[in-house]
Design a protein around this ligand. Structure first.
Ligand SMILES: NC(=O)c1ccc[n+]([C@@H]2O[C@H](COP(=O)([O-])OP(=O)(O)OC[C@H]3O[C@@H](n4cnc5c(N)ncnc54)[C@H](OP(=O)(O)O)[C@@H]3O)[C@@H](O)[C@H]2O)c1
Length: 208
């Protein structure tokens, strides 16, 4: 299995290293591939290239760049991302990480989908933290990753990715539900960093 990840920061690196450890081939997109190659030197199955080459390299592409730069970047990649599954991991955070700059009857995922109308967008991995890789568990059990999309094929790809990283996938319905999954991420950040709960916890859907 092969996926591309746009961005070699904290979250992209955490997810990519976990997938690479599970045997997946990872192609990172980066503004400066040469400067970032060394981060993954221990993995023979990770390569780092430019954003356009990474977007072209795989049928499934994960977005792991800050929201402030995401739409401009995706605008340049609409062509290579045509017909592909795009996994949106972003949260539309304010510069000081204290509130969401997109919300209400809108979400980052819906804006990504509007930017890439010929791609199948799925929201996933946004309401967990890079801090909890590579042991994605809470209270001794694998933590849950919420995902939502309007495309069955994209949901299937998200489930497969989530399971490969060691988490439990939870289907959260239509892409418009990203409005609420992104708000959960904001609640997580508020509790973790503004109310000193720390990062050793995750949300869980429990069923009767
Ligand atoms: N950190 C988490 O725990 C976490 C959890 C859930 C979701 N997320 C979401 O995942 C996304 C990435 O978060 P992160 O924590 O990995 O961020 P980060 O550590 O700051 O890394 C973001 C990466 O984006 C790339 N990038 C592209 N254009 C950029 C620009 N103009 N300025 C700065 N960076 C640029 C950079 O990679 P190159 O230098 O290789 O281009 C950079 O390393 C965000 O949308 C965030 O909300 C993060």
């Amino acid at each position: 299995m092969k996926v591309s990840i746009l961005g070699t920061g904290k979250m992209g690196s955490a997810v990519g290293r976990q997938l690479a450890s599970a045997g997946w081939d990872i192609v990172y997109g980066s503004r400066d591939p040469d400067a970032n190659k060394g981060k993954y030197a221990e993995f023979e199955n990770i390569t780092v290239t430019t954003y356009p080459d990474a977007a072209a390299a795989s049928d499934t592409v994960l977005i792991a760049v800050p929201w402030a730069y995401a739409l401009d970047l995706l605008q340049t990649l609409a062509n290579p991302l045509k017909g592909k599954i795009v996994v949106d991991m972003t949260n539309p955070l304010s510069p000081d990480i204290s509130y969401l700059v997109v919300g209400g009857a809108d979400s980052a995922a819906e804006r990504v989908s509007a930017q890439l109308p010929e791609s199948q967008v799925v929201k996933a991995f946004n309401a967990i933290t890079a801090d909890n890789f590579p042991t994605p568990s809470a209270s001794g059990e694998p933590a849950q990753v919420f995902y939502c999309s309007d495309h069955d094929e994209a949901k299937q790809a998200a489930r497969q990715l989530i399971e490969a990283t060691g988490y439990v996938p939870k289907d959260c319905g239509a892409l418009s539900n990203a409005r609420y999954v992104e708000a959960m991420a904001m609640l997580w950040l508020q509790l973790a960093f503004w109310e000193d709960k720390g990062s050793e916890w995750a949300f869980k859907i429990v069923e009767k």
